[in-house]
Design a protein around this ligand. Structure first.
Ligand SMILES: [Zn+2]
Ligand SMILES: [Zn+2]
Length: 160
């Protein structure tokens, strides 16, 4: 796991019942993953609310993703807006679960970086496309069909 994150929020007061709500407003630099890069930090706005044994987190994550189109290998640079609506159990047992992959909540520390990373990872589509109707690369001549440079015509089979 990537260490050294300084985006940990103390939610001890929330868990102790001393406060009802906590607002988190942070810019979080995300680590690149699976060919997706982030040219600027994610803007994270969260409203954290403790209700008994659950921690409710609502808000938004805004981030710019940068990657390669799955079809035409062209550049993809897109703003993503993610609505956050998450719940985490705050009791000790769930946190001690050795199979839990989540480091979002450790004791009374909420890791905003980890939360944002998980949310963005699950929101980025597997096959990233430059446009929903990307025409891809011509199997015949290798041109990017989006640019109109390909003159092969429709559906010509490769012949040798
Ligand atoms: Zn494309
Ligand atoms: Zn072609």
């Amino acid at each position: 796991m990537f260490m050294g994150s300084s985006h940990k929020v103390d939610i001890g007061g929330l868990l102790a019942g001393g406060r009802q709500r906590l607002s988190v407003d942070q810019d979080v630099a995300l680590e690149p993953f699976e060919g997706v890069q982030f040219s600027e930090p994610a803007h994270v706005h969260l409203d954290v609310h403790a209700t008994g044994e659950m921690l409710e987190i609502a808000g938004t994550v805004d981030v710019r993703i940068h990657g390669e189109c799955d079809r035409c290998l062209g550049e993809v640079d897109r703003a993503m807006h993610i609505d956050v609506d998450e719940r985490f159990p705050v009791d000790g047992e769930a946190q001690a679960d050795p199979f839990g992959e989540s480091n979002v909540l450790t004791g009374d520390r909420l890791d905003v970086n980890d939360l944002a990373t998980q949310l963005v990872c699950s929101a980025v589509p597997l096959g990233l496309l430059c446009a929903p109707d990307c025409k891809g690369i011509c199997p015949n001549c290798g041109e990017n069909k989006n640019t109109g440079a390909c003159k092969c015509g429709p559906e010509r089979a490769t012949e040798n």
